[in-house]
Unconditional design. Structure first.
Length: 464
């Protein structure tokens, strides 16, 4: 933590500040993961991935390694107009993309809100609403004709696929609890809603999640892309696996590879990460809507990083390590801090705390000392670095598994995009952990969940 050491130098000039900082370091020590601990993590996640791919062990595996049935990668020569639907949170998007020569594309889109009532009501009502929005968008774009429009459906929830256009919901996440959907084919449900609207001619020719979309979008630009990663509100990863290693697969053996959707956020659901789990992680899990599930995701993703920081700050205050023990009332509110706060704090140059002070003033802290700010930054760094290092360790496992000399990792997500050091933390730590001789690059995905869905639709339903 070079930045941390630099920022500490000028502020440990009195005994109280020094003692408090030592105690803060002790309080945060379980977030700090040396490489030997990360290699132990790598061994465990590698074992779980192998179990997910295995026919006999799949049912009990926490990393499910779902088959996506995506076996044709983009060539970069895809052409035509395609619709895309991106559902993965409280807003969803409908897109009209036209792919042209030389990787040229145009895109129009509209964002639709998904109310709390829709997110927690009947599934049929949710899909009827989505179909209504599709109809509105198609009319707005002037796309209604006798031609059936192909659509790629990005559905960013755990699902089990039996073909490229059939996906059964395994469980809802991200605040959705719609009844009557778990265990059902969401493509079939949405198709029924679409067919109830006269003159709306849409063929959902592919369903995918956002990580697959990220991989496809980046592969369209760079054919060396073999891995897709989302690290934002949630976290997930997919990669190209050799068909011969997918023991579950009983389909077409003439194609060598298939994209595997890891759903690695559930790693730890069988207590595989118990010794990595801090008391703060346990508190986050206790108050979550899916207690005991998505354990790995709760340690690394943007939805939970701010809450981890809040819990650490509360304990620091209760131990009179910051603010002379005076706690702002806002910090008593669960989930009152977002991951944006961590990015904001770490964006301050080492030894300066302009943004940190502004944040603290916003929650009611009057005249925080440099020592207060230094300790808060240290806690933020510990939390964000643990996230980056665990993700890096997981990626190193996948790179080792692919075992190719030059691999591109397509990445998207708010944590990766907006944290000032996340990219470099990933790169540096992967280099420390990956097998020698493997080179990799990271490519930021531009709208993988939208453009990637359209690119997949173009591969499955090519237009003449």
């Amino acid at each position: 933590m070079t930045d941390m050491r630099q920022s500490c130098k000028g502020h440990l000039n009195n005994l109280k500040t020094w003692r408090n900082h030592i105690r803060v370091r002790r309080l945060c020590r379980n977030f700090v993961l040396p490489n030997n601990k990360l290699r132990e993590f790598m061994n465990r996640i590698s074992t779980c991935i192998d179990e997910g791919l295995d026919k006999e062990k799949h049912a009990k595996a926490t990393i499910k390694c779902w088959q996506t049935y995506v076996q044709d990668m983009p060539t970069g020569n895809e052409k035509g107009k395609y619709l895309a639907l991106d559902l993965g949170g409280s807003n969803f998007r409908v897109l009209n993309l036209e792919l042209g020569e030389n990787k040229y594309f145009t895109m129009n889109q509209k964002v639709y809100a998904c109310s709390k009532e829709l997110m927690t009501g009947k599934g049929t009502i949710l899909f009827d609403y989505i179909a209504h929005c599709l109809n509105e968008f198609v009319n707005m774009e002037g796309l209604k004709s006798n031609t059936v429009m192909p659509l790629g459906f990005t559905f960013s929830f755990p699902m089990s696929q039996s073909s490229i256009n059939k996906g059964d919901l395994v469980r809802w996440t991200k605040g959705f609890t719609c009844e009557g959907v778990v265990g059902q084919d969401v493509v079939e449900m949405l198709t029924k809603s679409i067919n109830n609207i006269p003159d709306l001619k849409i063929n959902i020719c592919a369903i995918l999640n956002d990580t697959v979309g990220t991989l496809m979008s980046c592969a369209w630009l760079n054919p060396k892309t073999r891995i897709g990663l989302i690290i934002g509100t949630g976290c997930n990863c997919c990669y190209l696996e050799k068909v011969k290693n997918i023991k579950l697969y009983e389909g077409d053996q003439t194609k060598d590879e298939m994209i595997i959707n890891l759903e690695w956020g559930a790693f730890g659901d069988n207590n595989e990460l118990e010794d990595f789990h801090t008391k703060y992680d346990k508190s986050v899990d206790e108050i979550s809507e899916n207690r005991g599930e998505q354990i790995f995701e709760k340690m690394i993703s943007g939805r939970y990083l701010g809450e981890l920081l809040r819990l650490v700050l509360v304990e620091m205050i209760e131990n009179e390590l910051i603010f002379d023990g005076t706690k702002p009332s806002m910090l008593d509110i669960p989930q009152s801090l977002t991951s944006d706060v961590i990015s904001l704090i770490e964006n301050d140059p080492p030894g300066t705390y302009t943004a940190t002070r502004k944040f603290l003033q916003g929650i009611g802290v009057v005249n925080p000392t440099d020592g207060d700010c230094m300790n808060i930054r240290y806690a933020a760094e510990c939390i964000s670095r643990r996230s980056a290092y665990l993700v890096a360790a997981g990626l190193a496992v996948i790179l080792n598994k692919i075992n190719e000399k030059d691999v591109i990792i397509g990445v998207d997500g708010s944590v990766y995009r907006y944290h000032p050091f996340y990219h470099q933390l990933l790169v540096d730590k992967i280099n420390e952990l990956v097998n020698s001789g493997i080179k990799f690059g990271i490519l930021l995905s531009e709208d993988g969940s939208g453009r990637g869905a359209a690119i997949l639709a173009s591969a499955v339903c090519p237009l003449e």
